[in-house]
Design a protein around this ligand. Structure first.
Ligand code: PMP
Length: 375
């Protein structure tokens, strides 16, 4: 099997799996209990929280453990919207965000009357500073922009955009870093809220965090016993939370090695595909090395993906059409406005485990499938 769908999720790191299993065996108490086992569990979790806070240069009390990026995005957007409604009801985001941002914005619009401005990407799938500048208003309370796009890997200049926003407005800045963290180098010092997901970085599924700046107010979505400083009630999934800290540490330590390796895979595949006629690469060359999106002209991506699957190669096809079956809804369509390219889109995504031999095999198999289809 060759797994080239790592943007959807990554295989768990064996070191995480081992530690997780040890933790579950040894510690099973509720972190909120006051007996000694409960205290030990709590202490370990708080050490993990502090470690994450140090990495992001934020305060320990501003790391909120969640079930992943979907929940973090919901908490960031709904939490800010509800807490800052008196300052304004305008939110800026983009047309290429993950559904957990877009659908949340739609809910805020349709149920609570917020006004949402959706910024369009440029021809490289990137959100420009100019677009942000012209959308900002005195009543804008939040700007939410992803670090790296999950379908084509385009990288947004979060540092420049967030710095501008902080220097010229009162709006808070949220970054969905699910596909960016440890995949590309990005500076989040001007971001008020950062979404993190563990299973994109060889960690556990159902694990993530929302990291916030001191003083940022959030209305909780989950009310109850006041866990996570009141921002997210529910018995702590302590072992998972502790493993998030370990995933972050391992990824930080191994960033250069992993990045260099994956960049080589990316450049090989990119150059190979660029030489083929009838293939259009939809990812910008200087995008995240972890994602290469391309279309075979006149061939639905699903047909190619299925043929690859039969040969043991797993890739992904970006979402095809919206429920009303009118226009494709994927990012390729939003960038190129071409239905043929959009329905042909195939996403190959790498992990630190992917080898150059696997990428070469993929190229050979892909070419034979195309030949066969041309018949
Ligand atoms: N944001 C982005 C950019 C993503 O790629 C994903 C995962 N597809 C998510 C959010 C949701 O992440 P999770 O699975 O951790 O909820």
């Amino acid at each position: 099997m060759i797994f080239l769908d790592n943007a959807s999720t990554t295989k768990i790191d064996a070191r995480i799996l081992d530690s997780y299993s040890e933790l579950l065996k040894k510690y099973f108490a509720n972190a909120a209990s006051t007996h000694s086992l409960g205290n030990e569990v709590k202490e370990l979790q708080e050490q993990a929280r502090a470690q994450i806070a140090r990495y992001f240069k934020r305060d320990k009390n501003d790391v909120i453990f969640t079930s992943g990026a979907t929940e973090s995005n919901n908490l960031a957007l709904k939490g800010v919207a509800m807490s800052y409604a008196r300052s304004g009801k305008h939110i800026i985001t983009t047309t290429i965000e993950h559904s957990s941002v877009k659908e949340t914005c739609e809910q805020l619009r349709s149920l609570f009357g917020y006004e949402i401005t959706y910024l369009e990407p440029d021809e490289n799938g990137v959100i420009s500073l100019e677009a942000v500048k012209s959308a900002l208003r005195p009543e804008t309370i939040l700007v939410s922009i992803m670090g790296v796009n999950n379908e084509i890997g385009s990288i947004n200049d979060i540092y420049t955009i967030s710095k501008y926003i902080k220097e010229h407005s009162k709006a808070l800045v949220h970054v969905d870093a699910a596909q960016a963290l440890f995949k590309v180098q990005q500076d989040y010092s001007y971001c008020d809220l950062i979404t993190v997901s563990a299973h994109k970085i060889y960690g556990l599924k159902g694990s993530g965090a929302l990291i916030k700046n001191k003083g940022v107010k959030l209305t909780p979505i989950l009310s109850g016993g006041g866990h996570e400083f009141g921002y997210r009630s529910g018995t702590s999934n302590y072992a998972t939370n502790i493993m998030l800290a370990k995933s972050i540490r391992l990824n930080a330590e191994e960033y250069e090695t992993n990045h260099k390796h994956v960049q080589e895979l990316h450049d090989y595949l990119y150059d190979y595909l660029a030489k083929q006629d009838k293939i259009q690469i939809n990812s910008p060359k200087d995008g995240s090395p972890y994602i290469v999106n391309f279309s075979i002209k006149g061939r639905p991506g699903a047909t190619i993906a299925q043929a690859l699957d039969q040969q043991g190669i797993m890739v992904s096809v970006a979402s095809a059409c919206s429920s009303n079956k009118s226009k494709p809804t994927n990012v390729v369509y939003k960038v190129f406005h071409d239905e043929d390219l959009a329905s042909g889109a195939i996403r190959v995504s790498f992990a630190k485990y992917t080898t150059l031999d696997e990428v070469k095999t993929f190229c050979t198999v892909l070419m034979s499938i195309i030949q066969e289809l041309r018949g």
